[in-house]
Design a protein around this ligand. Structure first.
Ligand code: 5AD
Length: 334
């Protein structure tokens, strides 16, 4: 099945791989997700928030290497006011001559905040639903519900974000049928992008002693998703490197077409530890050349200078245009 998925991916995208530079701008978090290394109750974490200049400079380093799509990720906490975060979003675009796509991964926020970030220039949003089993969701995310997670995901799509989601394979307390349920739920949502990976135990968390998710299962999930959603942008996630040597490249052979080098400066990056053995292969100077060389061993090449919009997003936009409804026509319900 992985070979068929790789084939289909090559048919749709050729051998180019979209590149997303990720900047983990803050590890401050108000959530207490059982499995997460930067959960609020983990007193062993040295907390940081990168300032505006630090964020802009991390983006600049990626831009200079040819990255045209960036992800700003943080814990779920209002470390910036909505206003000042909007100014950062605008500054990122300005600095990159409006030639980039900007993705946020900052968790559940209100519709009006999502709307304001969108209007300021955030194009895309990533937020995993983690598990489609409401019981397992509640056990892992104190004070949160699967329902509100999906409400937020639907809001993002309605506003017009290119929207990505996924789940955590091997999440603590998972039930035997959950793998199928997660896949069905993901496919039914029809995300434009997918980011899903294995659970990897994080020290100093209540889930530290749970077994990691299976690498094979992640590859199986990627293949199933590629076959069900041939044109989705499917990311090979960092956590794969914790389970297998060159794990992220191997996933490119199972249907993934997106690779996400980490652009967080080293001193912050080591404090953004969601799980153990988090990869830092992109930490060294000369990483673009290393990436090219290593990826070529898997028959693929990074697509520099491309923003890499999801073909599924383009199809959605065409549909809206054909129907004559402007996306802002639904603004009254926002
Ligand atoms: N193992 C793997 N992934 C994790 N995440 C958080 N903690 C872990 C862990 N221990 C993932 C969640 C979240 C994303 C930003 O990081 O799925 O959505």
């Amino acid at each position: 099945m992985t070979a068929a998925a790789e084939q289909l991916c090559l048919q749709n995208f050729g051998n180019g791989v979209f590149i997303r530079g990720i900047v983990e701008f803050s590890n401050v978090c108000g959530c207490d997700c059982l499995y997460c290394g930067i959960r609020k109750s983990n007193r062993g974490v040295s907390r940081y928030t990168m300032n505006r200049e630090e964020i802009l400079s991390a983006v600049r380093s990626g831009y200079e290497a040819g990255v045209r799509s960036f992800v700003l990720q943080s814990g779920e906490a209002p470390v910036y006011t909505v206003d000042s975060f909007c100014r950062i979003i605008e500054a990122v675009h300005r600095q990159c001559s409006n030639e980039i796509a900007l993705t946020l991964s900052v968790g559940e926020r209100s519709r009006s905040e999502y709307r304001r970030f969108f209007d300021a220039g955030a194009d895309r949003f990533l937020m995993r639903f983690e598990t489609a089993n409401p019981r397992v969701y509640a056990l892992n995310h104190p004070g949160r519900s699967l329902e509100s997670r999906f409400e937020a995901l639907h809001t993002l799509k309605e506003i017009g974000y290119e929207t990505g989601t996924g789940f955590l394979i091997g999440i603590p307390h998972e039930e035997p049928d959950d793998f199928e349920l997660n896949l069905e739920t993901l496919i039914a949502f029809r995300p434009h992008m997918v980011g899903l990976g294995p659970f990897v135990p994080a020290p100093q968390t209540p889930a530290a002693a749970f077994p990691p998710g299976s690498f094979e299962k992640v590859l199986q999930a990627y293949s199933r998703i590629r076959l069900a959603l041939p044109k989705v942008n499917l990311a090979s996630v960092t956590a794969l490197d914790s389970l297998a040597a060159q794990g992220r490249y191997k996933a490119l052979r199972a249907g993934a077409n997106v690779y996400m080098p980490n652009l967080t400066p080293a001193d912050f990056r080591k404090r953004y530890r969601l799980y153990e053995k988090k990869s830092s292969v992109d930490a060294f100077s000369g990483w673009p050349q290393i990436l090219e060389k290593e990826m070529s061993g898997f028959g693929r090449r990074p697509l520099w200078n491309e923003i890499g919009t999801s073909p599924m997003m383009n199809e959605d936009i065409e549909k809206i245009n054909r129907s004559g409804i402007s996306p802002s026509a639904t603004a009254s319900e926002r």
